[in-house]
Design a protein. Structure first.
Ligand SMILES: [Zn+2]
Length: 262
């Protein structure tokens, strides 16, 4: 067969498979089945469970989330009218916008190239952006600032220049923040209320858990909460042996299991 025709055929198959994957991911997101398997979010599942790169996982997640709100975009993605890049870029910039605005912006992104899509979003107000890359021996952070934020940083650097460069400033700030937490003199909680956990105990439990979710398989370090293993409502107390660290997603999931009638 002509090589070009063969590739056209494969491309069709690729589109069909991508569409099918998005449908299944939608199902997964709706039932939150990834929580049970130890993943803290759909994104976590896409990266650790399905082996997608973070960038592709973000794209897939964006499509699933936006298609849930605006179901008609799914067909447009399938037909190639909206690219996955367009959808994920729109998702990133429109997350907190009203539905009407999302819809009208997505309409403007139809049949646009990646470059055009990116250009359309060039001038939004930019929050502080940090890009993190982890290697076995180091972690690289790339920090994006607006000019105004950078001016403020320059001012601080000028004020401290006799003492620190930028790296020094950052490390000093981290150490100072950490110390301020470690130095707090915690009052021993005299409360009889088992829902009340003293700061000292909370910090101990978090430290012991390595500052990550203890749900089997989950490695989330975000939105951590100290959870009563045996819930208070069935007689659990605030002893250390009854406490564990869960990410908000797993804590909520566990709560929903306990509140379900058997
Ligand atoms: Zn978790």
């Amino acid at each position: 067969m002509n090589l070009h025709l063969e590739l056209l055929e494969l491309r069709k198959t690729e589109k069909r498979i991508t569409s099918k994957i998005l449908d299944k991911l939608q199902e997964m997101e709706n039932c939150k089945g990834y929580l049970k398997s130890g993943y803290s979010s759909l994104f976590d599942y896409l990266v650790r469970g399905l082996g997608y790169s973070e960038a592709t996982a973000y794209q897939r997640q964006a499509c699933v989330r936006l298609a849930r709100e605006i179901p008609e975009i799914k067909q447009k993605i399938d037909n190639g009218i909206l690219s996955l890049t367009a959808v994920s870029t729109a998702y990133k910039h429109l997350r907190r916008k009203p539905l009407d605005e999302k819809r009208s912006t997505l309409k403007k992104l139809e049949n646009k190239s990646t470059r055009d899509v990116k250009r359309m979003f060039l001038e939004p107000m930019k929050p502080l952006k940090v890009k993190k890359s982890e290697y076995s021996d180091k972690v690289c952070l790339r920090l994006e600032l607006t000019h105004e934020q950078n001016n403020r940083l320059e001012r601080l650097k000028a004020l401290k220049s006799h003492k620190w460069d930028l790296e020094g400033l950052l490390v000093e700030w981290i150490d100072k923040e950490l110390k301020s937490y470690e130095n707090i003199k915690f009052k021993r909680s005299s409360s009889k209320n088992p829902r009340q956990i003293s700061n000292r105990l909370r910090n101990y439990v978090l430290k012991k858990a390595g500052y990550k979710c203890q749900f089997p398989g989950c490695e989330s370090k975000h939105f951590l909460q100290v959870d009563h293993i045996f819930p208070v409502k069935i007689g659990g107390d605030q002893r250390q042996s009854n406490l564990q660290v869960l990410c908000a997603q797993h804590n909520q999931w566990k709560g929903s299991k306990f509140s379900m009638p058997n």
